[in-house]
Write a protein that binds this ligand. Structure first.
Ligand code: ZN
Length: 56
């Protein structure tokens, strides 16, 4: 089973650890049971994508 390495955005795959080092404001948004989204992706999620990641 392949999982994303910790600290990478589920959507754009960029390293959240790297972002956090550059800008403290940019911390990942936890997706329960899946991983993390970067703040940019989280903000830009469509309703459909939000349902995929958060199951609502
Ligand atoms: Zn992202």
């Amino acid at each position: 089973m392949v999982t994303n390495s910790p600290g990478n955005c589920l959507r754009c795959k960029q390293s959240l650890g790297l972002l956090e080092r550059i800008t403290e404001d940019l911390t990942g948004v936890s997706v329960p049971g899946k991983g993390e989204l970067c703040p940019n992706c989280y903000r830009n999620l469509s309703d459909e994508e939000r349902a995929v990641y958060f199951g609502n």
